[in-house]
Design a protein. Sequence first.
Length: 80
Amino acid sequence: MRAGLAYRLLVRRGSATPALLASPDRLDHVEIVDVSSGEAILFWDCGPREASRLARRLRTDLAGQEAGEFIARWAPTARE
């Protein structure tokens, strides 16, 4: 199954300001949610520019990889 069908990407910004204009102190929340259970399986809290770049990379991988490959690449415990 494709990762884009199995998982959903959610990005929550710390404010309405675009990433390029946001304060570096702002925290944005990026998470991957399992569609079947509705539970968050991966999440990151990072600065606005980092969150924007991370979300872009995650979208690319969600569209181009199988679900197992995606988790193996992004889950911290899978890298051990």
